[in-house]
Design a protein around this ligand. Sequence first.
Ligand code: HEM
Length: 396
Amino acid sequence: MVDSHFAPNCPYHQGGDERKSACPPEAAPGTIVVEKLGLARQILRSDRVKQAGFRAELLERFGRREHAPVLYQGGEAHQKQRRAIARFFAPKIVSGHYRALMERLSDRLIERLRKTRRAQLDLMSLDIAVAVAAEIVGLTESSLPRMARRLNRFFTANAQVQTPRAVLTAFVLAQWRLLQFYLWDVRPAIGARRRRPREDVISHLIARGRSHREILTECLTYGAAGMVTTREFIVMAAWHLFERDALTARFLADGETERIAILEEILRLEPVVGALYRRAEHDLALEDAGETIHIPAGSLLALDVRHANADSAAGEYPHQLDPDRMRSQLHLSGSLISFGDGPHRCPGASVALQEAAIFLERLFRVPGIKLETAPALAWNPTIAGYELRGAIVTAG
Ligand code: HEM
């Protein structure tokens, strides 16, 4: 289907290609673009590269790497931090504590939709994604809807701006919004946890002696890595399901394992984070079809998640949505590298998938549910990620 939101000359949106996010912005000049799944996985698993995405190299100039948020750390400090936060993402905790929260929140949002019969889907998905991640992080001392709006405005303020004046205005605005997020959300959460520590990321960071500024940066990382991603993915998954009655019937009829397999296939096809960046700290020797590829130290590597996920490992017609395709590839995750791979692989993957499954099941059970207005698609160039806005759903 050709959609007016896409670039007019996009070669992909013609026949056979079911992706809605097929034409992302190109990688920055000077990067080595890696498109093959096997190569991308070797790089993500290598201990000879460091994080270079999410403005990591800018952040490095301003702080100590070992006190940076988990996404930006490397080596032993990173492993230690991952081991420490693993307990917040353990399957028992996710299925016990967070699952009940996801169900409660979804019920509340769907109840409201049934009453008003009309809602903006990307605002519903923002509310649920923010609430779940906030619980894991420990941002629970302020109003959730207000925090969701604050974070939404903060991340929107960082969107594409071109002229120097616009860059300056956006910078000042972003600093102002950051201050508001700190004063309203982060500082009260730190205060409450100093008095009574809990089982969450902020309590853990306080115990490690991290400063307010470091905790604020970690909260923002979770805001981008956990909230923004899940929010976009829920809308993308709903958009595909609204267009496929048979798939939606299957989504509702089957159990949660099947629902998650469908969601993973949608995420394989439509990765929210379309580009992962790494800087080679040492020379690399990568294996590809019996050949060795040498990458010199210092190279900036852009891993193209969309291309890698359409590799031959995905089977025939990789640009089509087919939830059964990965069944024979039991050693690979259904979403391939949409949650990354190696030491930085997303710790929140099962949280995001469960959350999406729970919310979307309830949404599609609403009698007469329809997508009245499809979302408009824009791009976040930092991660080659899509942003879906203005999706309106109506109930019968
Ligand atoms: C559909 C939703 C999500 C997607 C597509 C996603 C994707 C990713 C990807 C690709 C990475 C790896 C980045 C890299 O290697 O450079 C990552 C890391 C991370 N994600 Fe997620 N994520 C999602 C949801 C979540 C949630 C719900 C949370 C937590 C509440 C979360 C927390 C994190 C954290 C803390 C990291 C950094 C891990 C590290 O560097 O060791 N993510 N995510």
